[in-house]
Design a protein around this ligand. Structure first.
Ligand code: HEC
Ligand code: HEC
Ligand code: HEC
Ligand code: HEC
Ligand code: HEC
Ligand code: HEC
Ligand code: HEC
Ligand code: HEC
Ligand code: HEC
Ligand code: HEC
Length: 452
């Protein structure tokens, strides 16, 4: 190619040797940018500083519970020597609400803000990460004596959570009331008015229930519908209270759940039964009943000689005439033989101590809470059938423990998008709220709402 020869010289002539004397427009821009941007920033900061607005430092979106404090950064961030400090001490948190300690024997106390992550736009600050718990529970240590609990809990749902204490092998049901669930749940059970099919809710309901019980004793002078719930009156705005009040099942009582089918008759002379009470009160009741009876039926004092006519001799006239106290003592003895040895004993463990005239009834001890170290809420699990969690329909013995174990919960509570929450806070309480102290609010409203 002629004329297009590229010699080094020709190439060198293309370079402007005075290039540094006239600055490139880009360089000029760079200069002005580097001067003006910090200047604008300083002015901006100064403006916010002058108007007292600290949004400029924002660490991120506040959680809903604290969002009203967005204009009051210093509610949590102290000024250090007049400058904003990005640290938030436990003391400021405690100035608005208490966060009582977890356990007195813990080896250290983590900072509030290490568990409650502010500025992350979290819906609930109390929805803490598992790491906030497993920092201790993955290898639990205590001050002083051995720990009382499992020492390596890493997560829930993957088999790393210990079996619940109440259902571990070796634990016992402390209840003493005898009940065969299978017998009571079979078809065509003999009810008070013919055959019935019992349902769980004939005996187990939350304490807020006001529906009449099918097999309770009718209160003497009240319409059956007047059975009251065990809780104080609530209004319709009390939904959260209602939900928590339905968390556990109300205790079993003889009067509400057994009375209609298991009467406490003691003698064919009376249709009514004894009161369901201590043997002392039952005894006093029976004595009084027979005393009143014999006043109106004196003829019964003549005791006929039973079965004495075997030799077919003519019957002698009544062998003897009893005094009323003798007659009463005899009838009371018979009635109590039946009560203590059969009627009461069907459901209770009775014991007679030497020398005592009356037996003692063992405490019923039906547990109100099986998992004292965790929370549960039946209301939140209405989606499931009772028998999915409780093997009651097949249980023959009172001593069977019918509360579910960890694997039942893991079917829904495990990691993954389509599952129920499985982080520790869902089932456990961290703070010991029984030790909570009352805190007086100290915020003034002025400045809470920005006026700009
Ligand atoms: C309810 C208390 C609270 C309020 C109100 C609050 N913060 Fe924070 N802020 C925190 C906590 C807790 C931290 C974490 C600090 C720590 O670990 O000590 C934090 C951290 C920060 C950080 C450091 C960055 C980070 O995310 O760790 C900045 C910046 C910050 N906050 C700015 C602000 C500004 C600006 C405001 C006002 C608009 C504000 N904060 C209001 C509690 C609060
Ligand atoms: C100026 C008062 C104030 C300060 C300071 C404050 N809070 Fe709160 N906090 C509130 C109020 C008000 C609520 C909402 C009412 C409630 O739940 O008690 C709340 C609620 C909460 C909740 C429960 C709500 C949820 O989303 O789970 C947690 C947890 C909490 N604060 C933690 C903290 C922590 C940690 C700090 C310190 C970094 C702190 N708070 C500082 C006033 C304050
Ligand atoms: C090891 C993690 C952890 C630490 C540290 C911690 N919390 Fe909590 N906090 C929780 C969990 C989990 C809950 C929800 C269960 C509960 O109530 O205990 C909670 C609940 C709360 C609630 C009430 C939430 C509600 O529903 O009303 C407040 C308020 C609170 N914490 C404040 C504090 C304060 C203040 C501190 C520091 C003194 C603190 N927390 C330290 C884990 C922690
Ligand atoms: C600073 C260490 C520490 C942290 C963090 C911690 N725990 Fe504990 N936890 C303990 C100690 C200590 C005990 C008591 C052990 C004992 O007495 O044997 C305990 C006991 C328990 C128990 C059984 C007794 C009870 O309180 O019902 C549960 C459940 C529990 N922790 C749950 C949690 C959860 C959930 C978290 C996270 C929100 C958490 N812990 C965070 C140290 C810690
Ligand atoms: C006739 C009344 C009656 C009926 C119906 C009944 N239960 Fe029970 N239930 C009891 C009594 C009484 C106890 C306490 C004595 C015991 O431990 O067995 C009890 C205890 C329980 C317990 C506590 C745990 C345990 O091991 O003691 C569970 C759970 C339970 N029942 C579930 C059910 C379920 C589910 C149904 C329906 C399929 C049902 N029950 C039907 C009377 C009844
Ligand atoms: C059909 C079963 C049944 C029969 C029969 C029965 N009870 Fe009970 N009893 C219960 C139940 C269930 C409880 C626990 C709840 C309650 O107090 O109603 C109980 C509780 C008691 C208690 C309170 C125990 C405690 O925890 O301190 C006494 C006392 C008692 N019964 C006495 C008697 C006497 C006396 C008889 C016989 C006259 C009797 N019971 C017959 C079911 C029965
Ligand atoms: C609907 C009527 C009905 C109700 C309500 C009822 N029972 Fe029964 N119960 C029966 C009948 C019928 C039998 C006899 C069943 C059989 O042997 O087949 C029986 C038997 C029993 C037995 C002896 C069981 C056995 O294994 O032989 C006990 C103990 C008992 N019931 C306790 C209770 C207690 C406690 C309650 C209240 C919590 C209660 N029952 C409520 C009808 C009822
Ligand atoms: C998702 C599982 C699940 C389902 C479904 C369920 N329960 Fe429970 N139930 C439990 C757990 C867990 C406990 C132990 C709670 C505690 O006492 O700490 C319990 C406890 C009980 C108790 C003992 C008293 C108490 O409240 O602690 C009775 C009675 C009971 N359940 C009856 C029922 C009946 C009736 C139904 C159906 C309406 C039912 N449960 C549905 C899990 C379940
Ligand atoms: C789905 C509910 C659920 C979740 C999620 C859960 N637990 Fe539990 N946890 C329970 C129940 C129920 C118990 C039995 C409580 C009892 O025996 O009183 C228990 C017992 C415990 C105990 C006492 C163990 C013992 O030896 O008796 C510790 C400690 C514990 N959990 C820690 C944790 C930690 C840490 C996490 C998070 C990694 C967690 N749990 C998650 C339901 C749960
Ligand atoms: C059939 C699935 C299923 C099973 C099985 C199940 N859960 Fe849940 N659980 C859920 C769902 C869904 C929620 C959320 C309900 C809501 O937020 O209204 C929940 C919520 C909870 C809560 C929070 C209750 C509240 O007050 O917000 C606790 C605690 C809990 N479950 C414990 C347990 C325990 C313990 C077991 C095992 C005995 C268990 N769950 C078994 C589905 C299940």
């Amino acid at each position: 190619m002629p004329g297009a020869e590229r010699t080094t010289k020709k190439l060198a002539q293309r370079i402007d040797l005075n290039y540094f004397k006239h600055p490139h427009p880009f360089r000029r821009w760079r200069f002005w940018l580097s001067v003006s941007v910090p200047l604008i920033a300083v002015l901006w900061l100064a403006w916010y500083g002058l108007t007292g607005n600290k949004r400029v430092y924002s660490g991120g979106k506040m959680s809903p519970a604290h969002v009203v404090l967005t204009a009051k950064c210093d509610a949590c961030h102290f000024k250090l020597a007049g400058f904003f400090s990005a640290k938030a001490s436990d003391r400021v948190c405690l100035s608005c609400h208490d966060g009582p300690i977890h356990h007195a024997n813990q080896t250290f106390t983590p900072k509030c803000s290490s568990c409650h992550m502010e500025h992350r736009g979290q819906l609930r600050l109390a929805a803490t990460s598992d790491a906030s718990c497993t920092q201790c529970h993955a290898n639990l240590r205590t001050v002083g004596a051995e720990t009382h609990f499992a020492r390596d809990v890493e997560d829930f749902g993957a088999g790393h959570h210990p079996e619940f204490a109440a259902v571990r092998t070796g634990s016992v049901d402390p209840g003493t009331i005898k009940l065969n669930h299978a017998v009571h749940l079979k078809k065509n059970l003999a009810g008070s008015n013919g055959p019935v099919q019992l349902d769980c809710d004939d005996c187990h309901r939350p304490p807020t229930s006001t529906d009449a019980w099918r097999f309770g004793s009718a209160p003497p002078n009240a319409a059956p519908a007047a059975q009251k719930s065990d809780l104080p009156a609530m209004s319709k705005s009390d939904l959260p209270l209602m939900v928590s009040a339905r968390a556990y099942m109300a205790p079993i009582t003889y009067a509400k759940h057994c009375a209609a089918c298991h009467g406490l008759q003691f003698d064919k002379r009376f249709t009514e039964g004894v009161p369901h009470d201590t043997p002392e009160i039952v005894h006093a009741f029976v004595v009084q009943k027979f005393q009143q009876y014999i006043v109106t039926h004196p003829a019964e004092l003549r005791e006929t000689a039973l079965d004495r006519n075997l030799a077919q001799k003519p019957l002698p006239v009544p062998v003897r005439v009893l005094t009323p106290p003798q007659w009463v003592a005899g009838r009371v003895g018979e009635a109590e033989e039946l009560l203590w040895r059969k009627t009461c004993k069907q459901c209770h463990a009775l014991s007679v101590s030497v020398g005592a005239a009356l037996p003692t009834v063992a405490k019923s001890n039906i547990p109100a809470r099986w998992f004292p170290h965790a929370n549960f809420n039946h209301e939140r699990h209405r989606l499931a059938k009772c028998s999915e969690c409780h093997a009651a329909p097949k249980s023959q013995e009172t001593s069977d423990i019918l509360v579910p174990g960890v694997h039942t919960c893991e079917r829904c509570h495990h990691a993954g998008a389509e599952s129920a929450e499985s982080r520790c806070f869902e089932c456990h309480t961290y703070h010991d709220w029984t030790k909570a102290k009352e805190v007086k609010g100290g915020i003034t409203f002025s400045g809470l709402v920005r006026d700009n």
